[in-house]
Design a binder for this molecule. Structure first.
Ligand code: ASP
Length: 336
């Protein structure tokens, strides 16, 4: 039988242990809280200067505690719907056969993914990509199959050609020079990555691809791991520029893996650009003919970018406001 003395002793020890344990739990919670406070969230970043307007739509959701996934979809729908943004969605530039074929993908914090490539007549490929992710057991639909799926989901079939795109295409046809050039005047894909108030990451990427591309050509933008990658434990990255070069190095997956190894977002982007440069050198290609730009965001809300040629900008919306940043570049080419 337990004596009164033993009972008191045991109770005192148990009490002290419980107190220590609860102090320990408090300290842990406090540490977590402190760490959470240091996280720069919510935050959204997106490629090129049309990212500013897109970020506003994303911020509407993020600032109210909404999900990063909803924010990135709403954000990139802005340039998709804008006929004056001529490299995305409605008003996008056609391929060399005069067909507007759109590419998009989306990825959430659970590594759910959805993608469409070569999709015609649908203004919001990003939302079709999300429907692929949420309503099918698959991850990627292309061409006619993607269109049939979109129509079955109630997306309206629309003419996406605007007079300016048609005029430019007809002008291009006169020489039919197959030399897609990527620069600030001809800015491209919108890639958007966000960290929400709950600390979850998501990303979206949408484009009409290289202007006057060969019909059927698909770039990096709808390819998970190339034009976009999200790992909710590490960070997210998205790309713009010559899709062929981004695919060659599995660009955005590489950027996220480099962050996993401890690199800052900017250093990870820089290392990925170095990889592009190295492969161009090995293949004896002229670097000044291409542009590739990466933007990246880590779990702490730190961000960065890097590109091959000067002139790549990206927009960041966080507690500091919505600001356009110029990316550092491997090559600084003087303006003519
Ligand atoms: N990455 C896109 C593509 O290759 C175009 C771009 O962003 O410049 O289709």
């Amino acid at each position: 039988m337990t004596s009164r003395k033993t009972f008191l002793k045991t109770s005192a020890i148990t009490g002290a242990a419980m107190l220590l344990n609860s102090l320990h739990i408090d300290a842990k919670a406090e540490k977590r809280e402190r760490k959470n406070k240091q996280v720069n969230k919510p935050i959204v970043l997106s490629t090129w200067n049309f990212g500013l307007k897109a970020n506003e739509a994303a911020w509407e959701i993020l600032s109210k505690g909404g999900k990063a996934l909803d924010a990135v979809e709403a954000g990139v729908r802005v340039p998709e719907a804008d006929p004056t943004e001529r490299s995305v969605g409605y008003g996008g530039r056609p391929d060399r056969d005069g067909r507007i074929t759109l590419d998009a993908c989306i990825m959430d914090e659970m590594s759910n993914i959805g993608s469409v490539a070569g999709l015609e007549f649908i203004k919001h490929p990003i939302s079709v990509a999300r429907a692929v992710m949420e309503k099918t057991p698959h991850v990627m639909f292309v061409g006619d199959g993607a269109l049939q799926f979109a129509l079955s989901q109630g997306f309206p079939k629309e003419n996406l050609m605007v007079p300016d795109s048609e005029r430019e295409w007809k002008e291009w046809l006169k020489k039919s020079e197959y030399k897609p050039i990527v620069n600030i005047e001809n800015h491209d894909t919108i890639g958007m990555i966000a960290l929400d108030a709950n600390g979850n990451l998501s990303g979206a990427c949408t484009t009409s691809g290289m202007a006057f591309k060969m019909h059927g050509r698909v770039g990096d933008s709808p390819i998970i791991g190339a034009g976009l990658y999200v790992d909710n434990e590490i960070g997210a990255a998205t790309a713009t520029g010559h899709g062929e070069e981004v695919i060659r190095i599995a660009g955005c997956h590489l950027v996220v893996e480099l962050m996993r190894q401890g690199k800052s977002p900017e250093d990870a982007c820089k290392e990925a650009v170095n990889r592009v440069v190295h492969l161009m050198e090995i293949r004896k290609k002229n670097l000044s003919d291409i542009q590739v730009g990466f933007i990246a965001l880590n779990k702490q809300g730190e961000y960065g970018s890097y590109c091959v040629q000067g002139g790549f900008s990206y927009a960041v919306f966080d507690k500091e406001g919505n600001n356009l940043k110029n990316s550092d570049a491997h090559l600084i080419i003087p303006k003519k």
